[in-house]
Design a protein around this ligand. Structure first.
Ligand code: FAD
Length: 412
């Protein structure tokens, strides 16, 4: 049964991150937004606190990242809390600065497909690269699925792959890839034949520096400006056959490659939901405190009552979204299929958080919309919208949910 009370470890993590967030990250937030980067010394200090492993899931994948060592040591009767703990941490970090969360060194979105589909050797090799970031260089991984012609409908990807001896040759273009320019490797999805749809998909780990693999333009974005979003170009890029994720055996089922892409989202959508809740909560708390400081004296009571009602509604919706996030992460931790619940959490969180930012600006009046050096509200408003876009838009989450509550209905 899901327990809504945080464990001692989770509570300590939440409080620790909150304090760093309040006293260190928030004061740098607007400057990072203006400079389009998170200072490296800060990331390095954070890595030291995290034991130099950058979000690597030690609980489930062991010290070496392969998953084999972890399996041996794990007590099967002990319930994992890794996903829920990550959600608690992600909400708190995003409360401080959402762009900074995406800049955290580690495998990032590239981690889940390597974990779910990679062979033990691939997991050890590619996830093991993220050890030692407390002293050594900072490293990022990335996930390259979206293309100019295939965002929501990823069955339409056109990036191609063909086998040539002991290599695969990749051609195509990927867009809007988080940390794509700085990543030491990116999981690239390509197709052996677009006519095969999902059955043609293959996933490769393409390492930085592989000839024919180049970074294209870095996007100028409305929000999350401190985080890099890049275009990646593949031109006759020869990738060793050992980098085909899961090996040939992973693609004998009809939807092997497509499922690799989708399984990623079952773990990451709740985390994206948690980050959205973090931004929404930041805006809500800002507006609540603004009202407490400015509305109790000399303002008309009916207006104050309407504002109080709005704040209570925002708070309720954010709490409900967090509960959905925790349910989805609990299921992931228990190994229970959670595609519907992951989509529910992301859809609810994206909407609740976006509305929280809109309402906070409205409640604060002109003060809320002014982009001075003190105005975080304006930044959160720019940051939050993408949480209802990336990793599947709100519309796509609603389709995922509808397909599962009405199985067999061919309306989508
Ligand atoms: C900051 C940022 C970071 C990103 N990071 C990554 C990354 O690391 N890796 C990666 O692979 N991608 C990444 N993306 C891409 C992101 O996942 C896509 O933008 C997203 O999936 C939507 O695709 P699209 O932009 O092509 O929009 P479209 O698919 O063109 O959608 C446009 C509109 O049509 C709606 N729509 C589409 N299909 C349907 C339908 N069947 N029914 C109803 N409505 C529909 C959508 O909801 C949306 O409102 C990132 C995007 C951004 C903005």
């Amino acid at each position: 049964m899901i327990d809504f009370v945080l464990s001692k470890k989770q509570q300590e993590l939440k409080e620790g991150i909150h304090n760093v967030g309040k006293f260190v990250i928030r004061p740098m937030s607007l400057e990072m937004d203006r400079n389009h980067e998170v200072p490296e010394p800060f990331l390095r200090n954070f890595m030291k606190l995290a034991g130099g492993r950058g979000g690597q899931d030690i609980e489930n994948f062991g010290e070496d990242g392969s998953g084999e060592e972890g399996k041996k040591e794990r007590d099967p009767s002990k319930i994992s809390e890794a996903n829920r703990t990550s959600a608690v941490g992600a909400e708190e970090l995003a409360w401080a600065d959402a762009a900074m969360v995406l800049c955290m060194p580690g495998a990032g979105l590239g981690g889940p497909p390597v974990k779910s589909t990679g062979t033990p050797e691939q997991r050890k090799r590619f996830l093991g690269m993220f050890k030692g970031m407390d002293t050594g260089p900072l490293k990022w991984g990335a996930y390259g699925l979206t293309e100019p012609g295939a965002g929501s409908d990823v069955s339409g990807i056109r990036s191609s792959c063909r086998k040539d001896g002991k290599h695969w040759v990749l051609n195509g273009r990927k867009c809007y890839i988080t940390n794509g320019g700085r990543a030491i490797w990116t999981v690239i999805f390509a197709t052996i034949d677009p006519a095969l749809g999902r059955a043609g998909h293959r996933a490769f780990v393409v390492e930085k520096g592989t000839p024919g693999f180049e970074v294209g333009k870095i996007e100028e974005k409305m929000g999350l400006r401190a985080n890099e979003t890049a275009e990646l170009v593949l031109e006759d890029c020869r990738v060793p056959e050992e980098n085909l994720l899961g090996g040939e055996a992973a693609y004998t089922t009809k939807e092997g490659g497509f499922m690799t892409a989708m399984k990623t989202f079952d773990n990451t959508r709740p985390l994206v939901g948690a980050m959205a809740v973090g931004i929404g909560r930041a805006a809500y708390e800002y507006a609540r405190d603004f009202v407490k400081e400015n509305y109790l004296i000399g303002r008309p009571i009916p207006r104050y009552a309407a504002i109080a009602a709005k704040l209570s509604q925002v708070s309720r919706k954010l709490d409900a979204a967090r509960m959905l996030v925790w349910r989805a992460t609990y299921m992931a931790d228990m190994g229970i299929p959670n595609a519907k619940e992951a989509s529910m959490s992301k859809a609810a969180a994206g909407q609740a958080a976006t509305q929280a930012c809109i309402d906070a600006i409205e409640i604060c009046g002109a003060h809320g919309s002014i982009a001075t050096e003190h105005a975080l509200l304006e930044k959160w408003f720019r940051d939050v919208k993408v949480y209802d876009i990336f990793e599947g838009t709100g519309n796509i989450q609603r389709i995922v949910i509808a397909k599962r509550i009405m199985p067999g209905l061919k309306a989508f």
